[in-house]
Design a protein around this ligand. Structure first.
Ligand SMILES: CC(C)(COP(=O)(O)OP(=O)(O)OC[C@H]1O[C@@H](n2cnc3c(N)ncnc32)[C@H](O)[C@@H]1OP(=O)(O)O)[C@@H](O)C(=O)NCCC(=O)NCCS
Length: 159
């Protein structure tokens, strides 16, 4: 796992084709207040308590720095920024059954474009597992000596 740097001023062309029919039955948007607990609980179920904690942090930011992908009333993916730390993008997750249809790229692009709009020049993706995904969608490059980086000594209570 490594941190990656994303140049927000030089993002590659988007790879999601908005006219692709697979894109027609889901959309990426910000949640409204009454959806926050449902989203945190869905993230905890799908991806664990660490990411749920980061989702909660992003939902507390103003403006809210979490985007959700929804299909009908069902969340199928999410992305945050300014959740792990300021200037960080992520976590990002798409539920298993919805992967490979452009949801992840649409989420990541939306978050990065918003970061650029609010004034960031760069974004950092922390402890990236899907290195090729970030490289492909965001032109991200690996940051040397960034493991364990910010996550060193993180609290993890033995139960
Ligand atoms: C990574 C993730 C968010 C991608 O979501 P997705 O909806 O499947 O992504 P897309 O369909 O938009 O794929 C975009 C491109 O990235 C590639 N890609 C997707 N997931 C990838 C992965 N895990 N590793 C490498 N490349 C990946 C796709 O093949 C696609 O490339 P293509 O256009 O050449 O086919 C999703 O696989 C996921 O939730 N994984 C588990 C959680 C995770 O690892 N999050 C990232 C933590 S760093």
């Amino acid at each position: 796992m490594t941190d990656m740097l994303i140049r927000l001023y030089a993002l590659p062309e988007p790879i999601v084709d908005e006219t692709d029919p697979r894109h027609a039955d889901w959309l990426v948007r910000k949640p409204i207040g009454c959806e926050h607990e449902e989203i945190v609980s869905w993230v905890a179920t799908e991806f664990g308590t660490g990411w749920a904690s980061e989702a909660r942090a992003a939902l507390h930011n103003r403006p809210v720095s979490l985007q959700v992908a929804v299909q009908g009333e069902q969340p199928i993916g999410f992305v945050c920024y300014d959740a792990t730390a300021r200037g960080f993008v992520g976590p990002i997750g798409v539920q298993t059954s919805a992967r490979g249809s452009g949801v992840g790229s649409a989420l990541l692009r939306t978050a990065l474009e918003e970061m650029r709009t609010v004034g960031y020049g760069y974004a950092i993706a922390g402890a990236v597992g899907a290195v090729d995904f970030f490289r492909r969608v965001a032109g991200a490059t690996e940051i040397a000596d960034s493991t364990p980086g910010l996550y060193a000594g993180r609290v993890s209570v033995r139960r």
